[in-house]
Design a protein around this ligand. Structure first.
Ligand SMILES: Nc1nc2c(ncn2[C@@H]2O[C@H](COP(=O)(O)OP(=O)(O)O)[C@@H](O)[C@H]2O)c(=O)[nH]1
Ligand SMILES: [Mg+2]
Length: 391
């Protein structure tokens, strides 16, 4: 499995059936098609498959206008690919002189149905399960959904639900292990950032992200640890792995008896920033702590380099997919790429806002968007809906 192409960010969303995956994706995409969003935002979210995009939009409108949640989709594992197409800015005009590293990037959303972990799947379904899993191995970030409804239903004994969720998931991974590893060799390309995500957080208004973390640690610490071990058993350089160190809250809409308020969302605006920025930060940390080596580090950095380069006004050094094919490995280039990621990751606070407003003034939409993403993550933390690992 090859690492995703530069500028392509893959996110894998794991959740049991009914945990809110389809609603979340529909609400994420639907909101980007609203006129306010189209006016305000510096980019368009354009589906690669227009039919698929229309179905999501229809789901969204059904909720918004008729209080109708989307139909349930059991055993449907689908990938949704969106192009994040920047609006024309000054950088577009400038491009004739100097080509921009990317004028669009992609978000690929892999929906992984939890039924596959909950039930014993056989025959062609089992093949599809392995194939689907392979297809999402190129993701940098995986979200593991914890269903807010289930926490509410098991109030006071949340460990019952949490343990079963994490156990099913762990066993599901173990059952795939032999099919995933060729000759038992650990994988180089694999999602290394596993974020614990609370869905339907509107049902638990008193639970901020710190309390969500505490609940998981208090009630399911051992199971999280077991899950981490299973994931570590699948990858090469398994120090470079964050499992259950980042936490986020999501609510796709407010569901009431006779209406669904799609504008009352939590956390969905963090999805693009998480997919694009979390890997840059984390890989830089790992590279500095020397937790990743040769092939692994190059593979990770090549996917994020183009984005990091935009933020730091520099140029990438890695050879890209072709160089990788030729199996070229130049430690100097990799060191430079790690430095680049770390410079990009260091931008924060006032410096970040300065870069952002300067980019906006110059209509450098790519830089404005990416620095805006980092600001969104900071805001998410201030609002206590996001908690990033400090490791
Ligand atoms: N309160 C609340 N309910 C939700 C939310 N998202 C989904 N739901 C409920 O959960 C049901 C299942 O969601 P769905 O997205 O189909 O789950 P999936 O099987 O993971 O795709 C929906 O029909 C809604 O009733 C949310 O953000 N808040
Ligand atoms: Mg679904």
């Amino acid at each position: 499995m090859e690492r995703s192409r530069a500028g392509e960010q893959h996110i894998a969303v794991f959740g049991e059936s009914g945990s809110g995956k389809t609603v979340m994706l529909s609400s994420f995409y639907g909101a980007t098609q609203e006129s306010q969003y189209l006016q305000k935002s510096l980019f368009h979210v354009v589906p690669d498959d227009i039919g698929q995009g229309n179905r999501l939009h229809k789901n969204y409108l059904g909720m918004k206008n008729s209080a109708q949640p989307p139909e349930t989709t059991r055993f449907a594992a689908t990938s949704y690919s969106f192009k994040i197409k920047l609006k024309d800015g000054a950088d577009t005009k400038r491009k004739q002189k100097k080509p921009s590293p990317l004028d669009a990037f992609r978000l690929v959303w892999h929906d992984y149905p939890g039924e596959w972990f909950e039930e014993d799947v056989k025959g062609s379904e089992a093949h599809r399960k392995v194939d689907t899993f392979r297809s999402l191995l190129g993701s940098d970030v995986a979200l593991l959904l914890v269903d807010g409804q289930q926490l509410l239903d098991n109030s006071g004994e949340e460990e019952k639900y949490l343990r079963s969720l994490l156990t099913n998931f762990r066993n599901g991974l173990l059952s795939l292990k032999d099919d995933l590893l060729d000759d038992g060799k650990p994988l180089v390309v694999f999602p290394r950032i596993w974020v614990m995500a609370l869905s339907k957080s509107d049902l638990l208004p008193n639970l901020d992200v710190f309390k969500f973390r505490d609940l998981l640690i208090e009630k399911a610490c051992d199971d999280l640890d077991e899950l981490r071990k299973v994931l570590a058993g699948l990858v090469e350089d398994n120090d470079a792995l964050s499992v259950g160190e980042d936490f986020v809250l999501f609510s796709s809409a407010k569901f009431e008896a006779d209406r669904i308020e799609v504008t009352r969302r939590v956390g969905l605006e963090l999805i693009l920033p998480l997919a694009a920025m979390l890997p840059i930060e984390r890989y830089a940390q790992w590279a500095q702590a020397k937790q990743i080596h040769g092939k692994v580090i190059e593979n990770l950095l090549v996917g994020t380099e183009a984005l990091a380069a935009v933020l730091t006004d520099s140029e990438g050094t890695l050879p890209g997919p072709l160089g990788q094919l030729l199996n070229r490995f130049d430690p100097k280039q990799v060191k430079d790429a790690a430095k680049l990621a770390s410079d990009a990751a260091k931008l924060a606070g006032d410096k970040l806002r300065e870069i952002n407003s300067e980019a906006r003034a110059k209509q450098d939409n790519l830089k404005a968007t990416l620095s805006g993403f980092r600001m969104d993550l900071e805001t998410g933390e201030e609002e206590q809906i996001l908690l990033r690992s400090r490791r």
